[in-house]
Design a protein around this ligand. Structure first.
Ligand code: NDP
Length: 264
């Protein structure tokens, strides 16, 4: 019997248990995926071991803790600096980041993209910037404040705070801030965002259970847009396959996990 969990704080809203349990059942794997509220991120590995888990996912605010505490890191997760998937292998806990490839799979439906502007400079922005750079896109970063931009500057991304920014043309605008999540705010000044959107083709918001003001503005500007639901789905599909050493068909896992988005 395999056992998996998601760790986060809060974690009660997470649909990961539903996604993974649907895939476990559908693929006839004897296993269960639970949720664990973790207040102190430094206890992540202790908890993982106490529960005798085979694998886990990590969500806000523990992804950096996970990065620091794993026995071993996948090369890509090392570059991003954040881990959302833990896999037990030969008595070691290995850390991966599937948020980034999950995002990349989600934007495949847009078609060819050469350039992107990322709004926000937190953990999700790092993951997205790294995967886009790896796939040879030109990526720039715009953040409210200067503090978090250093990582991006050090890794070769033209990066700006609000004060320094002049709108240019990008194929894709990505909101990785939590603006619009629990309020009705936009991630940047409306006039600047309108100017940016008039010059671009696609918009993506990592927020997934609501049509944010950012996406509403994208719609008004005639852009092709997407919320973060597919990113969430695909990070789960990729994590599931890491738990099982890639032995299952990705499309089958995807079909089972999709059910979690329609269940009430
Ligand atoms: P962080 O806290 O690491 O970063 C947040 C960033 O957003 C910071 O750069 C911050 O700017 C900026 N920001 C926050 N509030 C505002 C605001 N009101 N206006 C403008 N900028 C703002 O967050 P994460 O990167 O970990 O997560 C961001 C979002 O991504 C969350 O909503 C999370 O739920 C979502 N997410 C979705 C996933 C999916 O699968 N769909 C996967 C992972 C995350 P400053 O530096 O100035 O404070």
């Amino acid at each position: 019997m395999k056992l998996f969990s998601i760790f986060g704080n809060p974690v009660s809203h997470s649909i990961s248990p539903r996604m993974h349990n649907l895939a476990l059942n559908g693929l006839h794997v004897e296993g269960c995926y639970i949720r664990t509220l973790l207040e102190d991120g430094s206890q992540l590995i202790e908890k993982f071991n106490a529960l005798q888990l085979d694998g886990a996912n990590v969500t806000v605010p523990h992804k950096e803790h996970a990065y620091k505490l794993c026995d071993q890191l996948d090369e890509f997760a090392k570059k991003v600096g954040a881990v959302n998937t833990l896999v037990k292998k030969d008595n070691k806990i290995i850390g991966y980041n599937t948020d980034a490839p999950g995002f990349f799979k989600a934007i495949k439906s847009f078609g060819k993209i050469n350039s992107a502007l990322i709004l926000g400079a937190g953990g999700t922005a790092k993951a997205i910037a790294t995967i886009l750079q790896k796939n040879s896109l030109h990526v720039e970063v715009l953040n409210r404040s200067e503090g978090r931009l250093q990582y991006f500057k050090d890794n070769g991304f033209p990066s700006y705070s609000w004060e320094e920014f002049e709108p240019k043309s990008y194929d894709l605008i990505i909101n990785t801030t939590s603006a619009g999540l629990s309020d009705n705010s936009l991630p940047i000044d409306k006039e600047i965002l309108n100017t940016l959107m008039q010059k671009s083709k696609f918009a993506f918001d990592v927020i997934y259970n609501k049509k944010t003001p950012f996406l509403n503005l994208a719609k008004q500007n005639g852009l092709i847009y997407k919320d973060g639901a597919d990113m969430l789905l695909y990070q789960g599909v990729l994590a599931f396959n890491l738990f099982f050493n890639n032995k299952f068909d990705e499309e089958k896992i995807t079909d089972y996990m999709k059910g979690a988005f329609y269940a009430t």
